[in-house]
Write a new protein. Structure first.
Ligand code: CS2
Length: 497
């Protein structure tokens, strides 16, 4: 067995493995991060590692887990060190990251978690809590005041459970103690994500203390950012493969692709880390970048997840190698989505799309379709439904987008085409299951029940009669003929057109 990854081992790692080019323990914490999952470790913490190597400074990260102790327990024996494995068809490269100083588990000690976010040294609070972590109505962006965690946090503001509640408790402490306002930087896949988090925090504040709300509005910065790196869930095989190279066991390893992008709105209060030294782009307006990413990358991802799973595929690269599915994704991107991205130059859009096709085809990533299929109720609006609504308003055709939404509806029945059942991982799972039960096996009833969930679909799309009819037709085809036959027929039609 290999020894555990640890600072004492750094000098003994093979030469090809990059390690921190600074002494981690000599740098203080300047960032508190909520949501310490694999994505954060492969993305923001990786950028900060580079910033520390190039410019030093007290910009290490105190991670906060909102739920489980797993990551803390993995990292603690490793003094916060972990490895990022970059994988492609050409092979793997490894880099040990030193930017994570500590991990706190909010449910174990909420006061400590709030205290680190409120500490004067903490100038930046970043978040990756996934779409559902913001406790909002996906269609309107409003705080979901009926969310159990929000109900709890309103009753017990000093022991919050939700991300908006934790942020608000930290802001309240800063406000009361006259500590400078921080910058809160959202790193989740939501459109105008800075505004999205600002809105839920302010709506929560206004239910408690209007004066605190006014301070937040005036003082706290909420820049938006577009984050992009594909990070599949780590497997035991990933850890074993890394151990063979490192000669060390890293329980907190993350595996990812070589590509990475971070576009940040340059609207901070107070000092910020020099993220540009690590390749991040600091811009005035993130919106064109995030819209292109959400609609082209994430919209295609979700389409692959639902149609690909129905068609019997397991991984993204397998679904991409399915010629019908690959052709549908090509149509979705270039014909239906790209023309809606009017603020991005067409040449940039074209190269972005071809880069995406290559990234999706990466055979070394082993990215599970089921991982992407999770939380569809929180993802559909910004990935597919916005594009759909815009095109329908202009009376533009939407065949691939319609099939994608129908595939989600077929997927949430929880029954594969071979009859096997699987669970639906989604915060609205109970309501989805009730809708599926009430509807029974007909497409009209199923589409009707699901379209009536306004937090997902809003009011405009369900009222569009032509779209509704087309959606029912696609869902009926998926239910009766299955995904492969439906895809084959639709792609043949597209080729003829
Ligand atoms: C994926 C994203 O799981 C998902 O829903 O679409 O996590 C995707 O891999 C990232 O946004 C890529 O930047």
């Amino acid at each position: 067995v290999s020894p555990r990854l640890h600072p004492d081992l750094l000098g003994r790692l093979p030469a090809a493995v990059r390690r921190p080019e600074y002494v981690p323990a000599r740098h203080g914490v300047g960032i508190a991060h909520l949501g310490i999952g694999a994505f954060h470790r492969a993305h923001q913490a990786w950028y900060l590692d580079e910033v520390l190597a190039r410019a030093g400074g007290d910009w290490r990260i105190a991670g906060i887990s909102c739920r489980s102790a797993t990551v803390r327990d993995q990292l603690q024996p490793q003094a916060g060190l972990y490895t990022v494995a970059e994988r492609s068809a050409a092979g793997a490269s490894y880099r040990v990251i030193g930017s994570l100083a500590e991990v706190l588990v909010a449910p174990e000690d909420v006061a400590a978690a709030v205290a680190i976010m409120a500490a004067p040294v903490t100038r930046l609070i970043t978040l990756t809590v996934t779409e559902k972590g913001y406790c909002r109505d996906s269609a309107t962006g409003q705080l979901d005041a009926a969310h159990p965690d929000i109900i709890h946090d309103l009753a017990e503001p000093d022991a919050p459970r939700s991300a908006p509640g934790l942020l608000l408790a930290a802001l309240r402490a800063r406000w009361q103690q006259r500590i400078a306002a921080p910058t809160i930087l959202c790193c989740d896949n939501l459109p105008e994500n800075g505004r999205a988090v600002r809105r839920v925090v302010l709506e929560l504040a206004e239910r408690g203390d209007a004066a605190l709300g006014a301070w937040i509005e005036a003082e706290v910065a909420f820049p938006s950012s577009m984050v992009d790196r594909i990070v599949p869930a780590t497997t035991a095989a990933d850890i074993a493969a890394a151990a063979a190279v490192l000669g060390a066991h890293d329980a907190a390893l993350v595996a990812t692709e070589p590509f990475s992008q971070w576009v940040v709105e340059d609207a901070f209060v107070g000092p910020r880390p020099a993220l540009e030294l690590a390749g991040a782009q600091l811009v005035r307006d993130v919106r064109p970048f995030e819209l292109a990413k959400l609609r082209l990358l994430n919209g295609s991802h979700s389409t692959l997840a639902y149609l690909g799973s129905l068609a019997g595929h397991t991984f993204v690269h397998q679904a991409m190698a399915d010629t019908d599915l690959g052709a549908l994704i090509g149509q979705l991107m270039s014909v239906e989505v790209a023309p809606t991205l009017r603020d991005t130059p067409p040449a940039e859009l074209a190269s972005y799309q071809s880069a995406l096709l290559a990234r999706f085809a990466n055979p070394a990533l082993q990215h599970r379709l089921r991982q992407i299929a999770m939380d569809g109720s929180q993802k559909l609006p910004q990935r597919l439904l916005g594009t759909l609504t815009e095109r329908l308003r202009r009376a533009e055709p939407v065949p691939a987008l319609t099939l994608a939404v129908a595939a989600w509806m077929r997927y949430v029945t929880g029954r594969a085409e071979d009859g096997q059942s699987y669970s639906i991982d989604d915060p609205l799972a109970a309501r989805l299951a009730a809708a599926v039960n009430r509807a029974g096996p007909t497409a009209t009833a199923l589409a009707g029940e699901l379209l009536a969930i306004t937090e997902i679909f809003g009011a405009e799309l369900p009222a569009h009669t032509t779209f509704r009819a087309a959606l029912v037709r696609e869902l009926d085809a998926l239910l009766r003929q299955g995904a492969r036959a439906t895809l084959r027929a639709r792609v043949a039609n597209l080729r003829r057109a």
